[in-house]
Design a protein around this ligand. Structure first.
Ligand code: PBG
Ligand code: ZN
Length: 336
């Protein structure tokens, strides 16, 4: 007997559990199902509109009636939900069209609820699609430099107002994405005061200033007209501890679920957050750049799209994401 049985080669052979597909399946831990997937959709005013988004093949800007079709399909596929982004009829410095009672998001929610009453409707809460300068809130100048940036506290009141507009229109979950300090607390207080204490908040807690948002900004027509978002979104080079502080703060302020964004290059953040905050549902946002990169490679025949998508989603789940916001949600649900 001797050495042969001491838990190493040749007695130990890791390949044994890989040989049969049935055994591989038996021991696999990580699962993805349609209920874990959330589909982002872009809605704009009008009727019968399906304006293809060139930077994101397969996605369109949709008018509410067309959005309804997507919602119906999403419900049929058993998706976890949809995440709505509005493109308004007009933009101004304060983003006032985001506060209209019958603005684009309220119209969109109504269309989805009518077409697919069981489908979870999450609404992104920010101002960048509604401001003419493309920043995520009201501008102000700070300090002696007089540099223009988003005025945090002036933006908070507006965010509370926008959250109530979404909740009144029937949004099931409010997802603030602007990375303003104190935004979760302000939104929670505003919702509770108006009788919406039952509406959960999914906070974009660890949102990085990523160059991978490029295709989205074309899709949602929300690229900043000057400067960038590094003054409010997180620095990719910051220590993971900063992400933990962001998450801890948002949870203290009343966030029910938190998001890490982007997903693939930030799997370390997902894992650390998961380990530090057991029991907190984590959403990972597989962003537009992650989508477009693979679409381009697949279009050239360089990568096999379906296989890569399943692998990416699996790895994001393995890192610790409870749910994944993905532009592939529909396709993935149909082939999973
Ligand atoms: C707006 C917002 C952005 C994304 C989601 N909400 C863009 C940004 O912050 O510039 C990016 C989503 C994507 O790239 O898929 N606050
Ligand atoms: Zn924004």
């Amino acid at each position: 007997m001797g050495d042969h049985f001491f838990g190493r080669f040749p007695a130990l052979r890791m390949r044994r559990l890989r040989q049969l597909p049935q055994v591989r399946r038996l021991v696999a831990e990580v699962t993805i199902s349609p209920k874990n997937l959330i589909l982002p959709l872009f809605v704009r005013p009008g009727k019968g509109i399906r304006e293809p988004i060139t930077s994101m093949p397969g996605h369109c800007q949709l008018s509410p009636d067309q959005l309804a079709e997507e919602a119906r399909e999403a419900q049929k596929l058993g998706l976890g939900g949809i995440l709505l982004f509005g493109i308004p009829e007009y933009k101004d410095p304060r983003g006032s069209s985001a506060l209209r009672e019958h603005g684009i998001i309220p119209q969109a929610i109504a269309a989805c609820k009518e077409a697919a009453s069981e489908l979870l409707v999450i609404t992104d809460l920010c101002f960048c699609e509604y401001t003419d300068h493309g920043h995520c809130g009201v501008l102000g100048s700070i300090g002696r430099s007089g540099q223009w940036t988003v005025d945090n506290d002036a933006t908070l009141a507006e965010l509370g107002h926008q959250a109530v507009v979404h909740a009144r229109a029937g949004s099931d979950v409010i997802a603030p994405s602007g990375m303003m300090d104190g935004m979760v607390r302000t939104i929670r207080v505003a919702l509770d005061a108006e009788g919406f204490s039952h509406v959960p908040i999914l906070s974009y807690a660890a949102k990085y200033a990523s160059s991978l948002y490029g295709p989205f900004r074309l899709a949602a027509e929300c690229a900043p007209q000057f400067g960038d978002r590094r003054g409010y979104q997180m620095d990719p080079a910051s220590d993971v501890g900063q992400a933990l502080r962001e998450v801890a703060l948002d949870l203290e302020e009343g966030a029910d679920m938190i998001m890490v964004k982007p997903a693939l290059p930030y799997l370390d953040i997902i894992r650390v957050v998961r380990d530090h905050f057991p029991g907190v549902p984590i959403a990972a946002y597989q962003v537009s750049g992650e989508y477009s990169m693979l679409k381009a490679a697949a279009g050239n025949g360089w990568l096999e799209e379906k296989a890569v998508v399943v692998e990416l989603l699996t790895c994001i789940r393995r890192a610790g994401a409870t749910m994944i916001i993905s532009y592939w949600a529909k396709e993935a649900a149909s082939f999973l």
